[in-house]
Design a binder for this molecule. Structure first.
Ligand code: URA
Length: 433
């Protein structure tokens, strides 16, 4: 029996894999000596048996060591990062990155593209004409030193094993394992030089994690890996029952982020951003606590510094940012079927409608349309009359627009009673100091 076969049988029978075995597996995946059928079998054994804490940390280590690592200590300041587990209308990074810089800390991030019904920051940034998401490493570092903010696409040389394994997991029903997810997320953070991290774990209909217990389990594992690498990691659990804000789709979301940066915009986007900003600034070298971090962040939104930092950031990364200057596409409108109160807006349905309209990808190599997406005219709790416009979905392609319209129409629930306001921030796991 060959070595990999033995490792698969070992895990299948519920025994723990040690650092040496995990490293041999990951190295074999990268050098091609472990074929995809064996990798898939081991991944399935991991999903069915689960990973222990020790296995999760050692898998993260093996992933980190599979490629290049970035040492951002040359910046001379701790480089802070935020990661979202994926949501609908989640434009928080677009606001948080320049906001943290406006408060005097350094924010650097390697970010992904959107897949499925959830969006990705890189696609959103690329909806700004000219915005360069690939920077040479030296330029990334210089930009952090100069203006305190840089967000770029994930480098292919960082954690190459994750790219291979994630592609396999995606097509073998092996994504759903907390240890695999935590190791995958945190390995990329550690290897890209993050000094401290705030993880926004989304919970609810439109999220990866359907319930809070599950989210807590993922948060605990991520913090464990952060601890192993001395990268303080705070996890904040936020609701993703309804989309965040009023827009879903790349350019539409940048426009809304700009409103929040200018001290306006929807309250939920602002609240999540300020919560994360407070937590992140408390992990910075500014020597302030979370309440003071939040206060400083709110002041930077109010007095124009955050918006100014956003403009500078766009300019330095080549983006020609002009609010409101984009091509408006034809729309299908979803209307209220009856009079009453809007009791739910299904984040998953809205995300799927935006994806069908062209804002998201079905497959990793699909292209996205920067102007496609959904604009929500009404929010949970609003009173509506039969026939009122609840939302519009924009698409270049009439067939897609019609199909997205059918999905969007199903996203709204109208009842007789005004619903109790839902909680936005559901809980947290704090970084170990
Ligand atoms: N996001 C990641 O980066 N990895 C996973 O495994 C799941 C979500």
């Amino acid at each position: 029996m060959d070595f990999v076969n033995e490792v698969i049988a070992w895990k299948r029978d519920g025994r723990e894999l040690d650092a040496r075995l995990l490293r041999a597996f990951v190295d074999g995946v990268v050098d091609g000596s472990v074929p995809s059928y064996q990798a898939s079998a081991l991944l399935m054994a991991m999903v069915l048996r689960g990973l222990s804490d020790a296995e999760t940390v050692e898998l993260a280590r093996a992933l980190v060591q599979s490629g290049k690592t970035l040492d951002l200590r040359v910046v001379g300041r701790p480089v802070l990062d935020k990661h979202s587990s994926g949501g609908v209308g989640d434009k928080v990074t677009l606001v948080l990155a320049p906001l943290v810089a406006a408060c005097g800390a350094v924010f650097g991030k390697m970010s992904g593209r959107g897949l499925g019904h959830t969006g990705g920051t890189i696609d959103k940034l690329e909806s700004i004409p000219g915005f360069r998401v690939q920077l040479p490493q030296g330029e990334f570092v210089r930009q952090l030193e100069r203006i305190g903010v840089a967000v770029v696409g994930q480098s292919e040389r960082i954690v190459p094993a994750d790219r291979i394994l994630y592609a396999l997991r995606d097509v073998t029903a092996t994504v759903e394992c907390d240890g695999l997810i935590a190791a995958s997320i945190m390995a990329k953070k550690v290897a890209s030089g993050t000094a401290a991290l705030v993880l926004d774990v989304k919970v609810g209909r439109g999220a990866f994690m359907g319930d809070l217990d599950h989210a807590r389990s993922l948060g605990r594992l991520c913090r464990l890996i952060g601890d192993a690498y001395e990268r303080p990691t705070t996890c904040i659990f936020t609701s993703m029952e309804a989309p965040l804000g009023r827009t879903v789709g790349n350019r539409l979301e940048v426009e809304e982020a700009w409103q929040v940066l200018s001290g306006e915009g929807p309250g939920d986007v602002r609240e999540v951003t300020l919560t994360l900003a407070g937590a992140l600034l408390a992990l910075s070298d500014l020597g302030i606590d979370e309440a003071e971090g939040r206060r400083r962040a709110a002041a930077a939104l109010a007095d124009g510094r955050a918006a100014e930092h956003f403009e500078r950031w766009c300019f330095v990364q080549g983006g020609r940012w002009k609010p409101g200057e984009f091509h408006r596409l034809a729309a299908h409108e979803a209307r209220a079927a009856r009079t009453g109160h809007l009791t739910a807006v299904d984040a998953l349905a809205v995300g799927q409608a935006a994806q069908i309209a062209g804002a998201g990808r079905q497959r990793i190599d699909d292209t996205v349309d920067p102007a496609a997406g959904v604009l929500l005219e009404r929010a949970v709790g609003d009173q509506v009359e039969a026939g009122d416009v609840l939302a519009a979905v924009f698409s270049r392609d009439p067939a897609r627009r019609a199909q997205a319209g059918v999905v969007l129409n199903e996203a709204f629930t109208i009842g007789d009673e005004r619903p109790q306001p839902g909680q936005l921030v559901l809980g947290r796991v704090d970084a170990t100091e």
